[in-house]
Write a protein that binds this ligand. Structure first.
Ligand SMILES: NC(=O)c1ccc[n+]([C@@H]2O[C@H](COP(=O)([O-])OP(=O)(O)OC[C@H]3O[C@@H](n4cnc5c(N)ncnc54)[C@H](O)[C@@H]3O)[C@@H](O)[C@H]2O)c1
Length: 364
């Protein structure tokens, strides 16, 4: 890392989909040194690791293979950081149901470790935590009905879910992220740390190794391109708002620029009302843009699945001046372009063991 750089930024989960896009952006700043902490457990993220090492500014990038469950490793990585973006997580609801203990350790204890490292640091770092819309549960308080190919909400004046929606943690993932979300918020109140929480819905774009359990937009498009059968859970009318990952990174940069103003705040973040799509609409769009047939298999709806989730981003916009700029078409274009550039890697989807072997080779 260049010794002249003044700003030291820690990104946990920095090899992941959002993390690698964030690291790319941070490396554009000549005064910033980026420290990436990741255990490389997510399938495919070694490709992001290799890509990050090729970027201009990579002499200001330090990559640490480490686990957020490891208190000492987190403290060491955070020791002189001015900013911490805590993205490392167990990210799939399905996996959390199969193994709630690991999910709790990574998401709740891992976040606690990051907060403690920040509290004990002399740098008073800005801490941004990526939470989830799952903290609002199945949103039974928003009645829905089917109109055409999607659910619509029946709540007067509905312009998206705001931060005042009651919390209702649902699924081990919802509980572990929700607990972490509340800790992050409270460390601002109790310890005066500059923390902020982004409760994100669906983020999509390049560098996402989407699979059946997480990253559905990329997963659907990659599956159609490969002629794979796609399992649709429920009727396919579920609606989500989708945000381009580069718009999310813009939002992170906007929040850090006003860190004392966003201190202790939570913000809902997604594509908003104008970037909504249902599962079946997305599948039809994939079919249209690729010219390839869909192979669908229907199964039961997942427990706690929200029939409709649309974020209201009004609070973040008011506090930071941020606005999303990319459309749903831009999002799909960027995923498709990433596919064409990386099709062999995406199709191969290396396992965790393969990730570890690659890392060993790289480090050796
Ligand atoms: N992508 C979305 O749509 C979305 C939506 C809501 C919230 N989020 C949150 O955003 C964050 C980033 O998500 P993403 O989509 O980039 O996922 P991702 O799986 O691509 O990235 C997560 C990264 O964390 C790493 N990791 C996992 N466990 C770890 C551990 N114990 N120690 C260190 N590193 C570990 C993984 O190897 C991976 O590189 C997560 O906190 C996730 O819960 C994402």
């Amino acid at each position: 890392m260049g010794a002249a750089s003044r700003n030291i930024v820690l990104v946990t989960g920095g090899a992941g989909f959002i993390g690698s896009n964030l690291v790319e952006r941070l490396l554009d700043e000549p005064d910033t040194r980026v420290r990436l902490l990741d255990n490389f457990s997510r399938r495919g993220v070694m490709h992001n690791y290799e890509w990050l090492r090729t970027l201009a500014g990579n002499n200001r990038l330090e990559i640490i293979e480490g686990d957020v469950r490891d208190t000492a490793a987190v403290r060491k990585a955070a020791r002189d950081a001015n900013e911490i973006y805590h993205l490392a997580a167990q990210v799939a609801v399905t996996t959390s149901v199969d193994d709630p203990a690991t999910d709790f350790e990574v998401n709740a204890v891992g976040t606690f470790n990051v907060l403690e490292a920040a509290r004990l640091s002399s740098r008073n770092p800005f801490v941004l935590f990526t939470s989830t819309n799952k903290v609002y549960g199945s949103l039974d308080g928003i009645p829905v009905s089917v109109q055409g190919s999607r659910y619509v909400a029946h709540r007067a004046g509905f312009r998206g879910v705001t931060e005042s929606e009651p919390l209702d943690f649902h699924s081990p993932y919802g509980c572990s992220k929700g607990a972490a979300d509340q800790y992050v918020r409270d460390y601002a109140r109790i310890y005066n740390l500059d923390t902020a929480v982004f409760r994100m819905s669906c983020v999509a774009g390049p560098r996402q190794f989407g699979n059946e359990d997480q990253g559905w937009v990329a997963h659907f498009l990659y599956s159609v391109l490969q002629g794979r059968t796609i399992t649709v859970c429920g009727d396919g009318f579920q609606v989500r708002d989708v945000l381009h990952v580069h718009d999310l990174i813009d939002a992170m940069m906007a929040a850090r620029a006003v860190r004392t103003c966003v201190r202790g705040e939570v913000y809902n973040l997604g594509g908003g009302m104008v970037r909504t799509i249902s599962v079946i609409e997305l599948l039809r769009e994939c079919e249209r843009r690729t010219g390839l047939p869909l192979h669908l298999d229907y199964t039961a709806v997942r427990p706690g699945d929200q029939p409709l989730y649309i974020s209201s981003t009004a609070k973040l916009e008011a506090h930071t001046g941020w606005k999303p700029r990319r459309s749903l078409t831009d999002i799909l274009d960027s995923i498709e372009a990433f596919w064409h550039e990386n099709r062999e890697r995406i199709a191969a989807e290396p396992s965790q063991a393969a990730n570890a072997a690659l890392l060993e080779q790289e480090v050796a």
